[in-house]
Design a protein around this ligand. Structure first.
Ligand code: AMP
Ligand code: GLY
Length: 422
């Protein structure tokens, strides 16, 4: 089969790395891709939001199946556009991708179907939100409704902070139209775990667990980022918790979407928090996580394309998905200054050396080719995944890789995988 993957980050690199091992894949294209992806796939300079151009490209090149990696095109209806053109595509339609693209939709769905989540109210009127805030206990959480690159969530310790945050979201439009509606949510505490799952509209099969490190600096200091590193499996998520989540969260979410006439086909990413009152949903994403994918897919034994096709064809209940009984850790190498401001275009060295190492994979996020060299082109530049029999071994391997690769102003956390929860 000929495949097109839409996106160009570390997540898409990991998806393509895994697809490359499939016996039924003949050729992979990626739009727009990056320098690392170009080693495995033919990159085409079409952006993820240019649906018409992508559709023409697929038709002209007889591509059999398109896989959407990113959230923006899903929220914008890329799957509907492909289906209307009679093309086979992996991902949720717009009316199901709303599970991620509107936090208000997600919260209301959870309330309606009794799926455990933090208490909340939704507002599209600034004055009403302001009055409500004054009566709440602190800390409190403010969330812009729409997609805001993972930055639309404010955790406010004091009323003053919350009032300022509300003003920034609703009046100063710091997150653009994403802030026309705001969710004011109870502050929850506990360790977080990411559970990604395959869905065919009716059946849901969770993947192995992962944990993300969202803050820019060690010991969870600094600003929230898209993710500075991940590890799999989680250290606290037990089989009992998985069983309970299947009963109270995973299957009920898929059933609820079906009931609402929004069958979910693709990946549901459950962002969960283990609170003193049990597991609660913090957020849903309608796609693979980045950089969760970089630790999850290296642990997958089964052919990824077979699973994706089973999702699209509605036959996931016949699928037996197998995983390696090992561990993986991904350390992100970022550009100094990320997530605020940083310089791009620095040469990256050591990539050849690292490709010869065992149990180590480099996934490119923000890289480009310039004059025969590979250079930095984004905030998150590379993810180095180490694989081992356990987390400690995987940490050691990942950090060996971190030392091999270099570029100007390389920034990384030194504590990825070291979170411990009793
Ligand atoms: P989200 O984009 O909804 O995943 O939120 C980003 C991060 O903010 C989450 O991973 C949590 O660490 C934190 N967060 C979100 N909602 C809450 C909440 N209700 N209480 C405490 N922390 C939260
Ligand atoms: N790592 C968080 C996300 O992909 O949303």
């Amino acid at each position: 089969m000929k495949i097109l993957v839409v996106g160009g980050g570390g997540r898409e690199h990991a998806i393509i790395w895994k697809l490359k091992q499939s016996s039924i894949v003949d050729k992979i294209y990626c739009a727009p891709g990056n320098a690392g992806i170009s080693e495995l796939a033919e990159c085409v300079p079409i952006s993820a939001m240019e649906f018409d151009k992508l559709i023409s490209f697929v038709k002209e090149n007889d591509i059999d199946y398109t896989i959407i990696g990113m959230d923006d095109p899903l929220a914008g209806g890329i799957v509907d556009a492909f289906e209307n053109a009679n093309l086979k595509v992996f991902g949720p339609r717009k009316n199901a991708a709303i599970l991620e693209s509107s936090k208000a939709f997600a919260k209301n769905l959870m309330k309606k179907y009794n799926i455990p989540t933090g208490a909340y109210e939704t507002f599209d009127n600034y004055e009403a939100a302001k009055i409500y805030l004054e009566k709440q206990d602190m800390p409190i959480v403010l969330k812009a409704d729409g997609l805001a690159l993972g930055k639309g969530v404010l955790i406010c310790k004091t009323l003053e902070e919350a009032q300022q945050g509300l003003k920034e979201i609703m009046q100063e439009h710091k997150f653009g139209a994403a802030g026309n509606t705001v969710i004011i949510e109870e502050f929850l505490e506990g360790p977080e775990v990411s559970i990604l799952s395959f869905c065919d509209g009716k059946t849901i099969i969770p993947m192995v667990s992962a944990q993300d490190h969202k803050r820019a600096f060690d010991n969870d200091k600094g600003l929230n980022t898209g993710g500075m590193g991940t590890f799999s499996p989680s250290k606290f998520y037990t089989n009992e918790m998985a069983k309970e989540c299947m009963k109270t969260i995973f299957q009920p979410t898929v059933d609820a979407m079906l009931k609402e006439n929004r069958p979910f086909v693709g990946i549901i990413y459950f962002g969960l928090m283990y609170t003193k009152n049990g597991m609660k949903v913090i957020e849903y994403n309608a796609r693979f996580g980045d950089p969760e994918t970089q630790v999850i897919l290296p642990r997958l034994k089964t052919d990824l394309l077979d699973i994706m096709l089973a999702c699209t064809n509605g036959t996931l209940d016949n699928m037996n998905i197998e995983w390696y009984n090992n561990a993986a850790v991904c350390v992100i190498l970022a550009s100094g200054g990320y997530p605020v401001s940083y310089t791009k275009g620095y040469e990256i060295t050591g990539l050849q050396k690292i490709s010869e190492k065992k149990n180590m994979i480099v996934f490119h996020a923000g890289t480009d080719k310039k004059g025969g060299k590979i250079v930095t082109s984004g905030g998150r530049v590379l993810g180095i995944t180490g694989i081992g029999d356990n987390i400690d071994e995987a940490i050691k391997t990942a950090y060996e890789g971190v030392e091999i690769v270099n570029f100007n102003q390389k920034h990384f956390r030194t504590d990825i995988g070291k979170k411990d929860y009793k």
